[in-house]
Design a protein around this ligand. Structure first.
Ligand code: NDP
Length: 246
């Protein structure tokens, strides 16, 4: 039940959760292509881990997604897995939200996830199948003040995951998602380390925020052969956060 020798493309790999998971997959013996816009950060990652190949891509640009997925498949000699993780957050009251901010969140977190999944699934379907794991969020199931676009985009990722799983099973492509609870990274560290963020700890039964390493084993299950009969599922990894209404 191992990922050894698997060929896996990880998006959003220039920082935070994606960078951590790219390194963790490489340590488990996978060949990894690491995608994001910041080429320098990707080069730094590849410099310390020779099993990682950097691939520059912008998930909001269809041409960049096509060439990025093709470059990843070429560098790895095919694609067995996709960790479809690139995402952004925008925090602010919905009444004040500008049209451009709404569009940017949806374009990155929902349309970007679809674009990369479609391009990767086309490669996988040609080559006997594969496994896709999207990054959703606990906010895909719950609500929060100031996160309307983000939460809507992640709820859509949960539903997209089910629909793609239904359509692509016949091509041998499984599609699942992880729904992490709050993990301090570039996307939210300022908020989580502040007073309001710390107050949220009381809503997490396990009384701590997540760590990127909490996602490693769940990812391995969904991505690898251990999850061979699992598709269409979104697995919360949240210290019990969803046991309470968000
Ligand atoms: P980071 O900000 O550290 O990472 C986000 C990653 O996405 C970066 O590598 C960034 O790279 C990449 N990215 C953003 N926009 C684009 C784009 N247009 N094209 C390509 N890559 C892009 O945040 P996290 O690691 O926390 O977030 C990773 C994922 O986890 C996101 O989907 C987030 O929504 C999700 N998540 C995070 C939680 C948390 O508490 N941290 C909780 C639940 C879900 P670059 O800027 O170089 O392009």
């Amino acid at each position: 039940m191992s990922l050894r020798s698997c060929k896996i493309f990880v998006t959003g790999a220039s920082s935070g959760i994606g960078a951590h998971l790219a390194r963790a997959l490489a340590r488990r013996g996978a060949a990894v292509a690491a995608g994001a816009r910041r080429a320098e950060a990707l080069a730094d990652l590849a410099a310390v881990e020779p099993r990682i190949t950097p691939v520059k891509l912008d998930v909001t640009d269809p041409g960049s997604v096509r060439s990025g997925v093709a470059a990843a498949a070429e560098a790895l000699g095919g694609l067995d897995g996709l960790v479809n993780n690139a995402g952004i957050a925008w925090g602010g009251r919905a009444l004040d939200m500008a049209e451009d901010d709404w569009a940017r969140v949806i374009d990155t977190n929902l349309s970007g996830v679809f674009r990369v999944a479609q391009a990767a699934a086309r490669v996988m379907a040609e080559d006997g199948g594969g496994s896709i794991v999207n990054t959703a969020s606990v906010l895909g199931f719950g609500t929060g003040t100031g996160v309307a676009a983000y939460a809507a985009s992640k709820a859509a990722v949960v539903h997209l995951t089910r629909n793609l799983a239904l359509e692509w099973a016949r091509h041998g492509v499984r599609v699942n998602a992880l729904a992490p609870g709050y993990i301090p990274t570039e996307i939210n560290r300022g908020f989580l380390e502040g007073e309001a963020g710390q107050a949220m700890l009381k809503d997490i039964p396990m009384r701590r925020f997540g760590r990127p390493e909490d996602l490693e084993a769940p990812l391995e299950l969904l991505l690898g052969p251990g999850g061979a009969y699992i598709t269409g599922v979104t697995l919360p990894v949240d210290g019990g956060h969803l046991c309470r209404p968000l």
